[in-house]
Design a protein around this ligand. Sequence first.
Ligand SMILES: Nc1ncnc2c1ncn2[C@@H]1O[C@H](COP(=O)(O)OP(=O)(O)OP(=O)(O)O)[C@@H](O)[C@H]1O
Length: 232
Amino acid sequence: MITLTGVTKTYRSGDIETAALKSIDLEIAEGEFAVILGPSGSGKSTLLNVISGLDTVTSGKISFRGKELTGLSESGMTRFRRQYLGFIFQQYNLLQNLTVYENIQIGSDIGTDPLDIDELLLKIGLEKTRNKYPSQLSGGEQQRVSVARSLAKNPAVIFCDEPTGSLDEANSKNVLKLLQELNREYRKTIVIITHNTGISEMSDKVIKMNSGKIVDITINPTKKDAKDIHWG
Ligand SMILES: Nc1ncnc2c1ncn2[C@@H]1O[C@H](COP(=O)(O)OP(=O)(O)OP(=O)(O)O)[C@@H](O)[C@H]1O
């Protein structure tokens, strides 16, 4: 579904060059649950940024469902992102003066084939909070709302950058369970960037990065349910 061939990214500021990605080859399959692990500075966020067109590559090619993305104009890339990609970050980024329902509605408004918001509220188990404001919810609940918001426009792929970074184990597992259900029931492709090795146990593919390179890719023969993963 997503194919990277010889992708490099070098940041330049003045005389200083940082090779953040060094000739990356990678395939993410349709419907796959993939996790990208690696120490701080290994290039995980840069990889996510170039795949999603938030940043450009220095060289190499990225294609999505056979169509080359590298080379698209900025507006072409924005259209691609809007149509196919959802994002979840460590910060929930909810709008504080909008209700839960309205926050999710922002996501569905930008989609061409959005999902039903009431159905999504049921799915995330927060139907009773539809008229509450983010400050009236726990961190875990807010993150589930941000998952629903990113899903509302019905994207093919959901990218998550440390989605459980601000949460305790119980709340993290609730968010991960939700992502697992979206993967299983809606066939969404999920790519999670994390430091948390426990998340590998529920993934199809575990991609390890170090110093701008992919150093290991493991395919899991069996996957655990989110609630059963080891929490270090
Ligand atoms: N905008 C930028 N300008 C210059 N260098 C950058 C920029 N963004 C990232 N880098 C450098 O590129 C390398 C990879 O950074 P990146 O943020 O992708 O790592 P990461 O694995 O996501 O780290 P973390 O887990 O801490 O978020 C690092 O050496 C970083 O300092």
